[in-house]
Design a protein. Structure first.
Length: 544
C-alpha cells in the first residue's frame, strides 16, 4: 500500500524576489532557500505557486525539471504571469518552453486599468493557495505601495490562510515585519509569536525549510478529496434554444486556437460539465466525445429542422415545434449511447418533474448516492432537460420502475452554475475553495422592463419570460461570485442590443460569428486557466 504524501494537494504560494541591495551572500541564500523549499514541497506531494519573478525563476525551474524527470507531476509548479508580461514573441516563446515542466497561468489586467495589472494576479494567487511564504522582495525602502511581497502576504492572510515571513535575507519583507510587528501574531502557521520572530530572523536555509514543511504537515490543510494542487474545474453551459449556436462557436474557437483544426480534447480539462436545455445537449455531446466543431455543425444543419419557421398560429394551440423531430435529430447524433456508461466526464443536467413541478438534476452515476439515472440514454437525458413548455411537449422517460414526465431545466436553472457547485460540494465532497468555474452564456440583451410596469397581463405578456430568464441568470452568476469570488468564477457571454429569439433560424450564422469573436477575445483568460493541457482524471476510475 502506498502511503499518502503528507502535503498532497497543498498549494504553497512562494512570494518573493532578490532585492536590488542584496549582497552576494544574501542573493545566493535566497536562491538556495527557494530551491530547497520547492524540492521539499514537491517531494512531499505539494504544489508551488509563484508570480514568475525573473530573479527566482531559475532555482524554481531547476527543481521542477528534476522533479518531472524523476516522474513527478508537471503541474507541481505553477508560474503566474500578468498578461502584460505575456505579450511579446520572446515572452510567449519562454512560456511555451516553461509549459514543458510547469503550468503557466496568465492573468488579464482589470479592464480599463492596465496600471493595476498585478492586482488580479495577486488576488488569483491568494485565492488558490493554502499558505504563503514571503522572502526578499523589492521597492519597500523606496516606494512601499509598490512592494509586492508584503502585499501578497497580506492578501493571503486576509483570507484566513497561513503565512511564513522569511526576513533574515533582507528585502521588502524585512522592512515590513520591522514596521508592523503585528504580523507575527497573524500568521496562523502554528508557531507562537515568539517563535515566528525567531523564524523571521533565521538565516539557516535547511532550518527554515524544515520548519515550514513540518508546520504545513501539522496544519489542518489536507483534504481527503484532494489528489493534487489542481482545482476542480467545472464547465457550465446555459440554456437558450438555438442560441446554443453561440456557445458552440465559443467552444469551437477555443478548440481551434489551442491547436489549429481543433480536436484537442477540450472537455477532458474539466472534472464536471453542467448544461441546461440547449446547454445539456452541448454537454452531452462533448461528454460523448464529439468536438465543439461537430456540435456547432449540429446547430447549423439540424437547427432549421428542429425549429421550422412560420409556426406562430400553432404556438397558440399546441407546442410550437415537433418533439419527435428533436428526438430524431438527437438520435442521429447520440445514437443509443447511455449517459453514465459512455460519457467521458461527469454530467449535471437540470430538469423539472412535470407532475409536481419539482426541480431535478439528471446526473451521471459518479458517486454511490447518485445512481438514479444510471441507465438513462443520452437522448432521453437531453430531451428531459430541453422540453421547453409551449415550444416542445414534455419528455417521457421510462426508467423501468415508472414512467415520468420532464420539463425544461431552464425553468429553475437556465444558468446551471449553482446546481453544478452544489453537486461538487455535496456529493463529490469538493471544498468550495478548490472549485474553479467557467460559465458560458447564450447571449443576453438590453431589454428595459420598466416599459411594462403597471400594465397588467397584457403589458407583461411579451416580456415576462425574458424578465424571468434575465433575473434568474443574473442571480445565478452573482451567487456564484459570492460563493467562489470572481477569481474562481469566469463568466463568458455577450450582450446584444436586441433579443435573438431561441428559435430564430435566420440568426444562426450571426450567432456563430458572435461566438467566434467572443471566443477569440476571451482566449488568453481561458486558455491558461482552464485549457492548459492538464486533463482531469477519468471519473469512472473512482467507481469501478
Amino acid at each position: 500500500m502506498i502511503t499518502r504524501l503528507p502535503l498532497l494537494g497543498i498549494r504553497v504560494h512562494l512570494s518573493g524576489a532578490i532585492h536590488d541591495n542584496a549582497s552576494i551572500e544574501q542573493a545566493e541564500a535566497i536562491r538556495l532557500f527557494v530551491q530547497r523549499l520547492s524540492q521539499a514541497v514537491f517531494r512531499e506531494g505539494g504544489t508551488i505557486i509563484h508570480g514568475s519573478h525573473p530573479t527566482l525563476q531559475e532555482p524554481l525551474e531547476n527543481s521542477a525539471k528534476h522533479f518531472v524527470q524523476a516522474g513527478g507531476r508537471r503541474d507541481a509548479l505553477t508560474f503566474v504571469r500578468a498578461q502584460k508580461y505575456a505579450a511579446t514573441a520572446e515572452q510567449l516563446a519562454e512560456i511555451e518552453e516553461q509549459r514543458e515542466y510547469t503550468a503557466v497561468q496568465i492573468i488579464p489586467s482589470i479592464y480599463g486599468r492596465p496600471d493595476e495589472s498585478l492586482v488580479p494576479m495577486r488576488q488569483w494567487m491568494a485565492e488558490r493557495c493554502d499558505a504563503v511564504v514571503a522572502v526578499g522582495g523589492k521597492w519597500y525602502d523606496i516606494n512601499k505601495s509598490r512592494a509586492g511581497v508584503p502585499a501578497e502576504l497580506e492578501e493571503t492572510l486576509a483570507r484566513g490562510k497561513s503565512g511564513f515571513a522569511v526576513a533574515g535575507f533582507g528585502g521588502a519583507i524585512e522592512g515590513y515585519v520591522r514596521d508592523d510587528a503585528t504580523v507575527f501574531c497573524r500568521l496562523r502557521n502554528g508557531l507562537t509569536e515568539k517563535q515566528n520572530r525567531a523564524f523571521a530572523e533565521c538565516t539557516v536555509v535547511d532550518e527554515l525549510v524544515g520548519t515550514i514543511v513540518s508546520q504545513l504537515k501539522l496544519l489542518p490543510l489536507v483534504r481527503d478529496t484532494t489528489s493534487s494542487g489542481r482545482l476542480f474545474r467545472i464547465l457550465a453551459l446555459d440554456g437558450g434554444g438555438l442560441r446554443g449556436t453561440f456557445t458552440a462557436a465559443v467552444l469551437a474557437k477555443w478548440d481551434d486556437m489551442i491547436k489549429s483544426g481543433g480536436g484537442n480534447h477540450l472537455v477532458k480539462h474539466f472534472d464536471l460539465v453542467a448544461g441546461t436545455s440547449t446547454g445539456a445537449i452541448l454537454a452531452i455531446g462533448l461528454g460523448l466525445g464529439l468536438t465543439p466543431a461537430e456540435m456547432l455543425s449540429f446547430y447549423r444543419t439540424q437547427g432549421p429542422k428542429i425549429f421550422p419557421k412560420n409556426r406562430k398560429l400553432r404556438h397558440w394551440l399546441k407546442s410550437k415545434h415537433e418533439s419527435q423531430t428533436l428526438r430524431e435529430t438527437l438520435q442521429s447524433v447520440f445514437g443509443d449511447r447511455i449517459l453514465t456508461q459512455d460519457s467521458i466526464c461527469r454530467l449535471v443536467l437540470p430538469t423539472v418533474r412535470a407532475n409536481h413541478g419539482e426541480a431535478e438534476a439528471i446526473v451521471t452515476a459518479h458517486c454511490p448516492d447518485r445512481t438514479a439515472f444510471t441507465t438513462i440514454s443520452a437522448v432521453d437525458a437531453a430531451l428531459a432537460s430541453s422540453a421547453a413548455p409551449t415550444y416542445f411537449d414534455e419528455a417521457i422517460v421510462d426508467n423501468a420502475i415508472s414512467v415520468e414526465s420532464y420539463l425544461d431545466g431552464g425553468i429553475w436553472a437556465n444558468n446551471p452554475v449553482l446546481p453544478a457547485i452544489a453537486e461538487a460540494v455535496r456529493h463529490l465532497k469538493i471544498p468550495l475553495d478548490r472549485i474553479d468555474v467557467l460559465s458560458i452564456g447564450t447571449m443576453c440583451n438590453e431589454t428595459d422592463f420598466t416599459e411594462s410596469l403597471g400594465k397588467g397581463k397584457v403589458g407583461w405578456a411579451p416580456t415576462s419570460a425574458d424578465l424571468f430568464f434575465a433575473a434568474q441568470e443574473h442571480a445565478a452568476a452573482e451567487l456564484a461570485d459570492s460563493f467562489l469570488s470572481p477569481a474562481r468564477h469566469l463568466r463568458v457571454n455577450q450582450q446584444t442590443l436586441c433579443e435573438i429569439k431561441l428559435d430564430d433560424v435566420e440568426a444562426i450564422e450571426d450567432m456563430a460569428q458572435r461566438g467566434a469573436n467572443v471566443g477569440k477575445d476571451s482566449f488568453v483568460a481561458v486558455r491558461s486557466r482552464f485549457l492548459d493541457g492538464f486533463y482531469a482524471s477519468d471519473w469512472r476510475d473512482n467507481i469501478r
